[in-house]
Design a protein around this ligand. Sequence first.
Ligand code: ADP
Ligand code: ZN
Ligand code: ZN
Length: 804
Amino acid sequence: MLYAQVIVDVPTMQTNRPYTYAVPEELVSLVHPGMRCVVPFGRGTRKVQGFIVALTEQMPSTEFQLKELESLMDLTPVLNEEGLKLADWMAEYTFSFKIACLQTMLPNLMRAGYEKKVKLLDLNVAPHLKQLFDQNQLLDFEVLTQNRQLQKEIAQLQKKGQATLIYQVKNRAKAKKVTYIKSKITPENKDMYAAKLRKNASKKQALLESLLKVTHPVLKTAFEKQNGFTAADLKQAYTAGWLDFSEQEAYRDPLAQSHIKPSLPKKLTAEQAQCVSQVTQALKQGSSQPFLLEGVTGSGKTEVYLQIIAHALAMGRQALMLVPEIALTPQIVQRVKSRFGNQVALLHSGLSAGERYDEWRRIEQGQASVVVGARSAIFAPLKKLGVIIMDEEHEASYKQDDMPRYHTRDVALWRSRYHHCPVVLGSATPSLESRARAQKGVYQGLFLTKRINGQTLPDVLLVDMREAAKRSPTPDFSLELLDKIKRHLARKEQVVLMLNRRGYSSFMMCRECGYVLKCPNCDISLTLHMDTHRMKCHYCGHEEAIPYVCAQCHSKKIKYYGTGTQKVQAQLAELLPEARVLRMDVDTTRKKGAHERILKAFGQKEADILLGTQMIAKGLDFPDVTLVGVLNADTSLSLPDFRSSEKTFQLLTQVSGRAGRANKAGEVVIQSYNPDNYAIQLACRHDYERFYAYEMQLRHQLGYPPYYFTIQLTASYDNEAQAKKKMYSLRAELEKVLSPKAIILGPTPQTVVKVNKRYYYQLVIKYKKEAQLEAYLKDLLLKSQAEERSGLKLVINRDPLSFM
Ligand code: ADP
Ligand code: ZN
Ligand code: ZN
C-alpha cells in the first residue's frame, strides 16, 4: 500500500504538518511527490487542494480509517525535490505556512482561477486518445480526473513530449480575452436556413453566405470588419443558431524580439579579471562560497557578472541573475540578451501571467540556461545551477512583504548550498549586514575601486537650502543648480533630476483653520495630482475631487504645500522653456512598456532632462548624462527607521553614479536642508567605507542590526483599541518567553496607523540568541489563525526592512 503525505490548503486552519492519505490502486503508478492533488478534508464531504510532499509505504499508526487521495491535479510534478526542501526551510525560517511557500514558487497562472487543458502537440498518437481532443487539440483536464486510466496514458504522452498542460484564464475580467466565432452553417443546412428568411433580408443572406465560408473558428472582430457586419448582426445570427461564440485568452506574444545586437565579452580591467577569476575558481571547485562584490558606480560590475555567467555556461551549468524590479530596465536585460541570446529567460512583473508561465516552462524544461528576473525569479526551476548573481543586493525590494516574508538573499544562499555553487552579491553600497559578513570572512570580498575608462567619480556640490532657498526665485531650485543645468544643456549634454515625491503637492491645508485634507481610509494626507485634477491617497488609491473650500470652516483660503514631480515639471517649463523634459514616476509608468519607452526616448536624446522619483536612481547607463541634481536629499532622512541614514546614503550614491559614466566627466548637485548630516556628507564624498564604519558604531551603540537580530510583530484590526490591546498582551507573553538580554520595543502605532480602514500596531524584538523564541513564534502563527475570523491580522516578520 502507498501513502501520500499532503500539505492541504485550508484557510484559517493551516498546519505545517502533512496529512496522510491512502493512494488508490489506479493512481499508484501516476503519483509523485511535488504534484498537486485534491483530497477530502474534515468530517463532511469537503474537498480541498494540496501538495504531495512525500510518499511512504509504511502504514502510519492511526486508529482512524485513512481517507483516499481523490485525484491528481498534475500530470508531472510541478515542484522537484529541491523545491519541496526549500519550502520546508522557508516555512520554518520565515514563520510561514508551508502551503504559502509551496504556492509562491509556482507562476501565478498555475494557481486558482485558471482552467487547465491538455494540449496535444503530436497528432501521431493512438486514435482513442486523439479523438479526445477538440479541433484546437485541447482537452479539459477535468475529463482526466474522472478517468484514471486515461490520465495515465496522457501522462505518458506528456513524458514523451507529445502533449503538454496549458492554463487558460477562467472568469477573469482583467485578462485580455478575444471572441472567436464558429460557424454552424454547412452546405447541407444552408438552404434550410435561407428558406426561413424573408425575400428582402439581403444582409442576412450575405451573412449566411459569409458564414458558409468559415470553416474554422475566426476572430469575431476580424470577421465583422472584413465582411461589413456589426456585432448586432452576429448576435442575431447566434440566436438563430447559425454560429457559436467562444472566448479565448488573447494570444500571448512571445517576448517582442527587438533587434538586439550581439555583444562580445569586453577585455577586462585587472580588477575585473581578478573578480571573475576568484568566482570561477569557486565555480570549478563546486564551492558554495558567497562573494560580496563591492564596486563603485560605473566600475563595470555587469561585465563581471556576464563573464562569470559565461564560465558557468561553458561548464554546462546554468546561471540565475537577480536584479531589483525597479532596475529591471531594458538596459540590463539587453546587455544580458545581447551576450547570451535565446538562452535567456526573463521573469518580471511586466510580463502577463501567460508570458511568465511560458518562460517558467522553458526554464523547467531546460531550454533556458540564463534566467534574469526580480525577486520571485529566485525560485526559477533551474536544475543545474552554476552561479547565482544578485545585483544591487542592498535593495529593499528583495524582501517580500507578504507571506512568505522571505529575503531573496537568504533563499539565494540556501540554493547555492543545495547546488554547491557560488553566489555573488553585488553593490556600490552594500547593506551593512552583508558588508559586516564580508568583514568577518563569511563572505569573500571582491572590490572594484575604479571607474572604467579612468573616469573619476563625479564632483558633488552640496547646496545648503536653508540659505539658498532665500536667494532663489523658486523654492525647489537653487541658483547653483539652475546655473549648472543651463551650462550642461548648452553643451548638449543630458541632465537627470531626482525628487522623491510624485504628484504635484504633498498636501492641502486650509490657512484659516489648519485643516488638512486626509484620506478617509488611511491616516495620511491626500496628494494633489494636477494632470488628472484629483486628490489621491498614495497608500490605498482613494481619489477625490480637488476641494475649493475648506470642509471644516468653508474658507476659500486653501493652499497646497510641498513639491512633487508634477510641480517641478511645471517649474522647469517656466524656468527653462527650451528644455525638453521627460518625467518618470509611478504615474507616468503605469502602462505596460511605459518605463521602456521613456528610457528609450531619453537614450535617443529626444529629451534633455529626465526628471523622476527614485526609480531613476538605479541601473541607468547613459553616456551623455553629465549632471545629476537631487532636489531634496532629506525626504528619506526623516523616516522613523533606524535604516534611514543607510537608505539616504545608498540613494544619493546610486543617483550620483548616473553622471559621467562614459568619457565625459560628471557633476552632481545635492540640495539639502540638513547639509551637516553624516550620511549626506559622506555620500557627497563617495566614501562608503567611512560611512560603513560610522554607521556600524551607531548600530552597535543603539543595539540594531547587524549587531542584533530583529523580529517585528504587527497586529491590525478595524478597531484601534483592539489592535493596541492585542499587542500589549503579546508583549506580556513575550516577557515570559524571552531572556533578560532581549529587548522589546513597543507596542507603538505604525507611522501611518490607519491604512485602508485598518489600524496597525507593532512591536519589535531585538535579540542575539533566544532559545524559546522560535518555538513561541511558530506556535503564535498557528494560534493566530483562530482570531482571524474575528478580524485580527497578525504578521510575524523576521529581519524586517521597513518599520513604517
Ligand atoms: P556598474 O554596474 O558597476 O555601475 P557597468 O557595468 O554599467 O557599471 O559599466 C559601466 C560602463 O563601462 C558600461 O557602459 C560598460 O559597458 C562599460 N564597461 C564595463 N567593463 C568594461 C571593460 N572591461 N572595457 C570597456 N568598457 C567596459
Ligand atoms: Zn478651514
Ligand atoms: Zn488611503
